[in-house]
Design a binder for this molecule. Sequence first.
Ligand code: ADP
Length: 633
Amino acid sequence: MMQCPPARRCAVPPALTVKPRLFRHLLLTLVLLALVLACGYAGYRLSERVGIRALAENGERQLELNARAVESEITKYNYLPSLLELNDDVRRLLQTPSHYRRQRVNDFLEGLNQRSASLATYVLDTSGRVLATSNWRTPSSFLGEDLSFRAYFQDAVQGKPGRFYGIGSTTGEPGYYLAHGLRQGERIIGVAVVKVRLDALEQRWQRARLEAYVSDENGIIILASSPARRLKAVQPLGPNTRERLARSLQYHWWALEELQPLARTPLGDGIEQVSYAAPDGDGQAINYLEQSRPLADTPWRLTLLTPLREQRRAAISYALLGAGACALLIVLGLALNQRRKVIATRLAAREALQQANNELERKIAERTADLSASNRRLTAEIGERRQTEAHLRQTQDELIQAGKLAVIGQMSTSIAHELNQPLAALRTLSGNTVRFLQRGALDVAGSNLQTIGELVDRMGKITASLRAFARRSDDHGQADLDKAVEAALMLLQPRLQRTRVAIQHEHAPARLAIDQTRLEQILVNLIGNALDAMAQQTDRRLWLSGVADGANYRLEVRDNGAGIAPELRGHLFEPFFTTKPGEQGLGLGLTLSASLATAAGGSLGVRHPESGGTTFVLSLALLASPPRPGIPP
Ligand code: ADP
């Protein structure tokens, strides 16, 4: 046996899972089949019961009708033999027989027989001999025959009505004999007999397709719709009875075979189902509903046989109908069940979907809440950053401003020097001009005045540059590189002249994404530093080279100065880092320049060329500008 650990479920082999389902389906099919058969059987039984009851009721009516017909047929001749009592010729013949009287009675009986449509009418004396008969002319005439053995004679001669069905001993013709004792006062002097045929009844039954027979007191069928049943015994005849009947010649020499049914089944209410072998003798049994009743005034019975063939067919039809209806109901039930299952599956799927949906919605709500919280956090952070940035910008602006002022302060000596020089020259020139005017040397005075004008222009330029440098500006301006270089050099002009620096311009015109003043300020810082670095040497060279690099523009400010000691290179952009002695350096120039470049979306870096000196690289976004004719981009 396979053992499973309790914590784990054993995997059931597929064959074992399929078999019970197969078995269940097989069992269900068998049960449904049995149900269909049961419905069919029930339909059959019900239809059989109802059909037999209907047949029995109909048969009962038919039996009654036909019994009345038989009774009226056999009683309509009852009075006929007694009429002969009224005839004088008959009475005289019985009292004193003579040839003449016999002939007269013969003629009378012949006429009477013709009119009453009976088979024969004849008169017997009390010994049973036929004295006169209607069939006196025929070769099979009864005349002179002794019929004392006939039961009807024996009854009639005793004053009882003689009723008898038998086969004529002379003619061999079956008939119904009605005999009456003819009286003379109290005494019976003879017997009148009328033999009638009853085969009209048989013909009527045949025409109506009725199966019926009349059996007499001996149980012998005397009238039957089917000739095959005629003169058959409906009950077993003992040897004594057979001998008695043979002697009476009632049925002539007929063998009197027994008409025994193959089977007899009581159906209740006095009705019986009987089976007879088919008349064509192919061994097939035919089932009948048998109903019988005694006939009034006779010891006879009328039996009606109603074939059950049609009813059986109807029952089979109902059985098929029942089975079909049951099968239909089962199919309908199965279909409904299947539909219910499909609906249940759909509902379950919908429910699962709804649950998944709800779960999803819940998760979305959770995530949304998370996101909202993050969003709020981010918004708050952005707000803080903006605030910090604004604060920073403000600080930066202030720093820039402080840097500018520092630069201005730093340059104040040289500015004062630069302004004092022209001022002194102006004073001297103006004094000279006055003297030259007093002497009338107007051309010299004019030339002096022109020089004075040039000096004033130059002073104006210096103060304009300073004002522009000190002015606050924004981060999103545009700058013309050439103009900025020109302005920076203008600002540094006094130092440049003093130190005699060879400046090499290798830059193309460009429009850069930075405020004009800020670019000028950066250039003033970088060129100023370069001048400081070259202060101790005699060969001073400055390169200003620029090149477009994709969307950016790279401007390099290179000098051939002393360069920067390797251990100091990491501190260059730190605020207040300076190597300049005393009041000369504040250590803000590079810091401010780098932050101005970064604020404009660019950068400021440094390179230390092998050949010596220092190169500062200013990188800024290049704005589209129409190229100037003659100048390569
Ligand atoms: P400051 O000029 O007030 O000292 P800066 O920030 O402009 O402040 O420069 C910081 C230091 O960087 C200077 O003191 C100097 O030592 C060094 N430096 C700047 N530019 C150059 C250069 N072109 N060559 C050599 N050293 C330089």
